[in-house]
Write a new protein. Structure first.
Length: 762
């Protein structure tokens, strides 16, 4: 029984742990309720407590309660908490993501819409294949319109619009006729295959409720108490479903934080939470402003930043936690120096014995910035994981460009041949490639070699011509590579293939891909500058090493993630990197107040992930979109000056004006490690300068393998990642020795003698 003495005791224990503001919405069970839950304010505890209160105190049947979360992980965590309190009856609760809920509804009633209940759910790859067939059927140019049409179809379904309705709503949109024709044919082919895409799970449920109101009434009667978490991230169709489910009773309980609404580019409507009490007249509103996660200094910064947004509900986080340590700021000469600073800070804090690797996170606006951190962490044997995305050299666009380099370096590499022949697409189909593969396999040729004998195959004249032209292109790259370094080869490949044209549409995804491609060229250029005289093979070796994850301890690793991937996470020590204009805020937000406010919310989310220590970093210059650019500090840093630099030390020389676009305020980090710290030369040189400064006064990790005074030019060493090498230069003295080491197949690396995982070979 739900209301037995044991459950009552558990409920009382739960309620006793709630603060005065948390308990109010838990006990308010009837009607519409909005809980504005600030970061780290215990919203999951409130949700779980309210459901338990309904079950135990109000004797509500588990079958009458619905709880919607936005990740499967969050749903499982909530179920587990409930199971520990109310036992097996928690299994009768509908606790799930909204997509999982809709699948359950559609499996029961989708036949009313003409589908079989055993429908297939298509993933993104399946969706792409169907769309390509649609373009063939309609005779449209897929290269010109495919990505755009895919985006518009998703947008239409999220806005609850059929092809005809979307066409009327967006009548002035370029290519709207073709887009809606694609949408119509796409829907026909999905229906013919008895299949739904991911957006359909919501859209078809909405359509089912509209066309068959008795089905909506059934679920509205069933779910007498509706709970929705992360309400600020709901889109139009999600809110429409929630509204329809609550129509019978009006008992809808939503929890969220408008200050953490960061998915507008994905269709989320912040208006859902801002206008909730206009839609539900008489709705009760509660605010949870006490933060249990962060220090007072961190919250002071978070409040200072977010107050600059106008489109928000007024709130201010506070905590009974300690003041905490000072928030650190750092200006690097370039992106490599920025990553070196982070690596040295992590090593220094680890040396104190207070933290483990999993206590650290590096957050950034765009994933292209991760490359420098991955390479610097490799230097110092810092285990890391890239959260919510691929490691830099494993991203598709990076692997596509590298496939050209690999086939130039090794013409027998058939896998690289197949990859680069398809990116960008050049009209060479699967049937042609299959014939070529079969011919080469029978005659012992590589695919590259086989093109020289293509007249002996049955491949058609048009495809023969395309393959021969492709080989001429590869031959040109091979000749070019003999006289030019890898970064110029990458530039030549990108320019001559029109590689970046496939990312011309201005979307979040394409912006990330273009930045990644620019960062790849930057990595090759940095490698060549650090290692003069090395060639393509050496660079590819270094890339392979950087991609190696075999030795990482996945249970204890630094998290490297985009801020979008950081929602719901928390760490003792957080580094927010790339605080420059054009990065955070992202360049395309310029001129749009709404987009700028969403960028500011991203900054707020990143800051509020930190529990104890927070570091804000930026760089004076970065390699972006194919060239090195001088950067100016993010406007969000300027907005936070009263918190970060209360002494307001003006600094406005001509040199700094060039870097910062005006005066800035600095703490000791700026004083010690700004432009004057550059010691000339390569990015490794920058890292050496910062490493030397960072080592001053820090307790090193004990290095029992060697006495650092034994490092001399010419001595042989062994590094856990880079292998055997030779010391070519020793800089500094005492605790601040930096050694430049030439590693075979990797190049020259500048390393701290005390921190580097390296030993002298006797």
């Amino acid at each position: 029984m739900m209301n037995n003495a044991e459950c009552k005791n558990k409920l009382n224990a739960i309620l006793s742990r709630l603060n005065g503001e948390q308990i109010k919405p838990v006990l308010d069970t009837e009607g519409a309720v909005l809980v504005i839950a600030g970061a780290g304010s215990g919203k999951t505890r409130v949700l779980v407590s309210r459901i338990v209160y309904l079950l135990v105190e109000k004797n509500v049947s588990p079958d009458n309660i619905l709880a919607i979360t936005f990740t499967n992980k969050a749903a499982e965590e909530m179920k587990e908490r409930l199971r520990k309190i109310v036992g097996d009856e928690a299994g009768d609760l509908w606790v799930s993501t909204i997509h999982s809920m809709c699948v359950r509804i559609l499996r029961r009633d989708i036949d009313k819409l003409g589908y079989d209940k055993n429908f297939t759910i298509y993933d993104e790859t399946d969706k792409d294949k169907v769309l390509k067939r649609v373009f063939e059927t309609l005779g449209y140019d897929a290269e010109a319109l495919l990505k755009s049409a895919k985006s518009h179809i998703s947008n239409a379904k999220n806005e609850c619009l059929s092809p005809e309705e979307y066409k009327r709503t967006y009548a002035d949109l370029r290519f709207i006729e073709e887009i809606c024709n694609v949408y119509t044919e796409y829907e026909r082919q999905l229906s013919h295959s008895n299949s739904l895409d991911f957006d359909d799970l919501l859209f078809k449920t909405y359509e089912l409720f509209v066309k068959f109101p008795e089905i909506a009434d059934y679920y509205s009667s069933k779910f007498r108490y509706i709970h929705i978490d992360e309400f600020q991230d709901t889109n139009k169709v999600q809110f429409a479903i929630a509204q329809r489910l609550s129509i019978k009773h009006g008992n809808i309980f939503v929890v969220g934080d408008d200050d953490q609404s960061i998915y507008g580019w994905r269709g989320a409507k912040i208006e859902n939470i801002l206008n909730f009490d206009d839609i539900y007249r008489g709705a009760k509103i509660y605010k949870l402003e006490q933060n249990y996660r962060s220090t007072k200094k961190i919250l002071q910064l978070a409040n200072c930043i977010i107050k600059n947004n106008s489109g928000r509900r007024d709130k201010e986080l506070w905590t009974e936690n300690s003041d905490g340590v000072k928030i650190e700021t750092f200006v690097a000469t370039d992106e490599n120096s920025e990553a070196a600073y982070v690596a040295m800070q992590i090593k220094s804090l680890l040396a104190r014995g207070e933290y483990t690797y999993k206590d650290f996170a590096v957050f950034m606006r765009v994933n292209a910035l991760s490359r420098a951190f991955e390479q610097e962490f490799t230097k110092y044997d810092i285990p890391y994981r890239v959260y919510g995305g691929y490691r830099f050299f494993e991203r598709k666009e990076i692997k596509d460009v590298l496939s050209y380099l690999k086939i130039v370096n090794n013409p027998y590499d058939d896998e690289s041949f197949l990859r680069c022949v398809a990116s960008p697409r050049r009209g060479i189909g699967d049937k042609t490639l299959k014939e070529l593969r079969e011919f080469c396999s029978a005659n012992g040729y590589s695919l590259y070699e086989g093109i020289d004998y293509i007249d002996r195959t049955g491949i058609g004249a048009s495809s023969k011509s395309k393959l021969c032209n492709f080989k001429l292109l590869l031959d040109d790259y091979s000749a070019f590579s003999r006289h030019n370094p890898p970064h110029l080869l990458i530039e030549h490949i990108i320019d001559s293939t029109g590689f970046v044209e496939q990312f011309s549409e201005k979307t979040e995804e394409n912006t990330q891909k273009l930045l990644n491609i620019g960062e790849l060229k930057n990595s090759a250029e940095t490698f060549y500058k650090d290692n003069p005289g090395t060639g393509l093979s050496d660079y590819l070796n270094s890339v392979t090493l950087s991609s190696d994850t075999d030795s990482l301890d996945k249970d204890d690793a630094v998290t490297v993630a985009t801020i979008h991937s950081a929602k719901g996470l928390e760490y003792k020590c957080v580094f927010v990197a790339g605080l420059d204009e054009k990065i955070l805020p992202i360049s395309r937000s310029s001129g749009s107040d709404d987009e700028t406010e969403e960028e500011r919310r991203l900054m707020y989310v990143a800051v509020t992930r930190a529990k104890e220590r927070l570091y804000l970093t930026r760089a004076q210059s970065r390699y972006m979109y194919g060239g090195r650019e001088y950067m100016t500090q993010s406007r969000f840093l300027k907005e936070a000056q009263s918190v970060l630099y209360p002494e307001r030390v003006n600094f406005s020389t001509e040199k700094q004006d060039k870097f910062y676009g005006g005066s800035i305020y600095r703490d000791s980090s700026y004083e010690n490690l700004s432009a004057g710290s550059y010691d000339g030369g390569s990015a490794s040189g920058y890292s050496s300068a910062y490493a030397k400064t960072m080592l001053k006064g820090s307790k090193p990790v004990p290095n029992n393998k060697a006495n650092i005074s034994e490092y001399k030019p010419g001595c042989k060493v062994k590094h856990v990642k880079f292998g055997d090498g030779t010391v070519i230069l020793v800089k500094g003295q005492g605790d601040n020795i930096i050694v430049d080491v030439a590693f075979k197949g990797v190049g020259v690396k500048s390393l701290s003698a005390k921190f580097a995982p390296m030993e002298i070979l006797k």
